[in-house]
Design a protein around this ligand. Sequence first.
Ligand SMILES: [Zn+2]
Ligand SMILES: [Zn+2]
Length: 345
Amino acid sequence: MIYSTHTPANSKNDLSALASSLSHIAIPRSISTVLLAFCLLGAVALLLWPLMIEPLQGLCAATNLVAENRCATAPGRLLGYIAMIAAFPAILILEKLWPAAKSQNRFSVGLLVDFIFFCFSPVIFIAIIVPIEDLLGSLYRYLGFSKVVFLGSLPTAVQIAIVFVLSDFLGWLAHVIRHKSAFVWEFHKIHHSQEELNYFSTVRLHPVDEIAVLLVRFLPFALLDANVAVPAFALVTSLSRVYTMFTHSNVRTNLGPLKYVLVTPQSHRVHHSTRPEHADRNFANVFAFWDFIFRTQVLDFDTYPETGVQDPNVPRPARPSLRDALTAFGKMLLYPFRSLRHRAH
Ligand SMILES: [Zn+2]
Ligand SMILES: [Zn+2]
């Protein structure tokens, strides 16, 4: 079943219609409520963030995290997990009110698999990500990245904003690479294998896929002074986590005119689409304009396609049970290696 209210005439003239629509915006009530909910969340986040920078810096200084170059991103990642849990009820309400795929169970087995990824991610972080971050940190220090910086003279909030935008662009670039490189795609395919897209799908990431993101996306943090980098990473990680949780959720909205600036649940659903005409499109994470600039945006803003990958061998839970979800999770970790070995022979 395809969930679509596609109107070709609208999509073709979409960009030209933007100017006139901005002058007399008539946003439907449902979208207004979604916008209101996210404006409120955004306002709370903006109020809280300045308060969090100092405690985070204090925490890092107290535990010598930055000085020892160990787990410098741990506070950010922890905050990301907490933010995801905190946003969970709001997303549930939105999914109940305006589902994209109406027949999808809000507590589907697909969600269970993603939740297992969520629970397992700290293990991956400690076992794999931390050693790689240590190596990268040493490399960046050796290359003298933080000395090239003109950012240091700017106010902390401005530095963080610049790094946020830069990191989001590199996230877009990393995403293109994860699709275009046949090797990395085998791992990224696990993220795309979700047929019941939900808020926890944002963390359905194979560890190798996570490493691919890490190598590209978090480079700008090396441009910051250590005492700014840690809170900046915390801010960017948790805001991105909550936002991408929203864009993966089963919510029917394209956010009206905001879709030209921000990625929406509609545009990211199209990125996960099974339809060939949607393949390798809508790569952006938070800011949508990268896809408009590089012409990788699907200009149909009213279609809500089925999601998944055209690979029948990707592991899926056989039945909706915890046991099957755990088995599928284990198989998903091994599948890309098997698939690559199979292709090599
Ligand atoms: Zn992708
Ligand atoms: Zn996704």
